[in-house]
Design a protein around this ligand. Structure first.
Ligand code: HEM
Length: 494
């Protein structure tokens, strides 16, 4: 097993560039492929090598399938990438699967609708005093000759909170860079350490397999690429690269707090508690269940008080509802259900006499569905107490430029989005989808999707109904974040 080469990897795979609080996402289409290749050859793309002191500016670049086509990459090579990547996020059937219907439907998007996909995403990160000059210098004459900018998405620094006012960026998987995990194997306890191949192509994933990707014949053009680990005669175009999912998610911050405030009969502290039930963490980022004494492998020692927990201590969802955003997106389970019922209990449940809502064995093991989140917020801060006032006319939007990295879009991002976030039947609850992200559209067999059940400690619990849509999709696309070697290959300088 070969060691990873950080110098061949774009920095975003390893770092969130948190110290560079200014960022811009430029979504472009190639108007001249020669000029685009020239720009790429000189672009200062930042690698994943750790630097001391850390750099003050960074740039990373990703391409969509139409973007690779525009650079002249042959169809036979593009076909070697995953189906989701080359079919695209805004394709009609895929949009339906992702819950992008109604207001979220791609024809309503500001960017990225079918046939209008961006070719490339160029990400600029910098410390505030360096930002303007860095972005200006990067958009040089070659840039202007090469690209037509569809949209440039600015970001904001809300000091670690997302626009609803909850701490974000707390839980991330820990990547097994040294490839010490033994795979395949069954996992009896939840662990936060995840196989490298879940986040980087060309390495073994949680199944102990290497995800399919384009493997090329060795010739002069591919000489600069690394050999495939599993087929050494072939050149691995995707090794040290990964897929990048981007979605612009606009958040109705006023609508969110107004709804919570009304549900809490006008008490802001109770509204914040209800919001915490929906998120699955308090506004400060504390979990709703107790921290366990037993260490969880891969928990960052600096975040033990926020991350050393599973939901095993809360099997009925009394503290953290099953439908809460973080419980849906990471149920923190292992390959086995936490509470395996005895044969007698199974029989009681099968005969319909068991408790309703105790279905923890229906949730797929999370280690196959982790993502690395790298997004940033946009729009100004709006505190809950101010969010209750009516907004000014033409108020600038707020939201999240959601970005995640994963080696298998369908098994990771799409599974999360479809089976866990958008699904109206999840972990024993029905008639509800993710309380933050759900589109509340009726679907066949499920006319009501705007509920949110809080089982609570008592027998009755509470059911909130009529949740409005708080988040609207404004754009999105799938990209490939190539290695530095693959970038040189695309730029024709292999
Ligand atoms: C506007 C949209 C969104 C908002 C406001 C939001 C908010 C949050 C917040 C406040 C947290 C808890 C803090 C943390 O653990 O970092 C969180 C965690 C998380 N979110 Fe989101 N999120 C959004 C969209 C999404 C989407 C689209 C996905 C995936 C498709 C996603 C996946 C996750 C995951 C995996 C976690 C970590 C759960 C854990 O490991 O415990 N989120 N989100």
């Amino acid at each position: 097993m070969s060691e990873v080469d950080y110098a061949d990897m774009q920095g975003l795979v390893r770092f969130g560039y948190g110290q560079m609080t200014s960022a811009l996402y430029a979504l472009v289409r190639v108007k001249n492929s020669d000029a685009a290749k020239r720009w790429l050859r000189s672009a200062p793309v930042t690698t994943a090598v750790a630097q001391k002191p850390p750099p003050k500016t960074a740039m990373n670049v990703a391409f969509s399938a139409p973007g690779l086509r525009a650079l002249g990459v042959p169809e036979s090579i593009i076909a070697g990438f995953s189906h989701e990547f080359w079919a695209g996020m805004s394709q009609e059937s895929r949009a339906r699967q992702l819950g992008d219907v109604g207001q979220n439907a791609p024809p309503n998007w500001t960017w990225g609708s079918y046939g209008h996909e961006p070719h490339a995403l160029v990400m600029f990160f910098a410390e505030p005093d360096q930002f303007d000059s860095f972005v200006q210098n990067s958009r040089d004459q070659n840039w202007s000759n090469a690209f037509e900018e569809i949209i440039s998405l600015g970001t904001s620094n809300l000091d670690g909170d997302e626009p609803f006012g909850f701490a974000d960026g707390i839980s991330q998987p820990q990547i097994d860079w040294e490839q010490r995990l033994e795979r395949p194997t069954t996992q009896s306890e939840y662990t936060n350490v995840v196989a490298l191949g879940e986040f980087l192509l060309g390495y073994r994933n949680e199944y102990g397999k290497i995800t399919d990707r384009p493997l090329l014949d060795a010739d002069a053009a591919t000489a600069g690429l690394l050999n495939a680990e599993d087929m050494p005669a072939k050149k691995d175009l995707a090794r040290n690269g990964t897929y990048l999912v981007m979605r612009q998610l606009e958040q109705d911050v006023r609508g969110f707090w107004k709804f919570l405030h009304e549900e809490a009969a006008g008490n802001l502290a109770d509204a914040a508690q209800l919001g915490a039930k929906m998120v699955g963490r308090t506004r400060a980022g504390d979990p709703l269940v107790s921290i366990q004494a037993q260490p969880i492998p891969g928990t960052d020692p600096r975040t033990v008080t926020q991350n050393q927990f599973t939901y095993a201590s809360d099997p009925a969802g009394a503290r953290c509802p099953f439908g809460a955003h973080v419980r849906r997106t990471n149920p923190r389970n292992s390959d086995f259900p936490e509470h395996r019922p005895s044969t007698l209990r199974k029989l009681i449940i099968m005969l319909g006499f068991g408790p309703k809502g105790f279905y923890d064995d229906l949730t797929s093991s999370v280690r196959f569905h982790r993502i690395l989140r790298r997004g940033r917020e946009y729009g100004s801060e709006l505190l809950p107490e101010h969010a209750l006032q009516p907004g000014p006319p033409n108020e600038p939007a707020r939201g999240l430029h959601f970005i995640c990295l994963n080696a298998n879009i369908s098994r990771q991002f799409e599974f999360l989005q479809n089976a866990w976030i958008a699904n109206t039947k999840f972990s024993g609850v029905s008639g509800e989808s993710d309380p933050l992200l759900g589109n509340r559209e009726s679907i066949p067999g499920c006319p009501v999707t705007g509920n949110f059940r809080i089982p609570g400690d008592g027998a009755l619990g509470r059911r909130i109904s009529g949740l409005p849509q708080f988040v609207t999709v404004r754009g999105g696309a799938y990209f490939f974040l190539p290695s530095l070697r693959a970038l040189r290959y695309f730029a024709g300088a292999a």
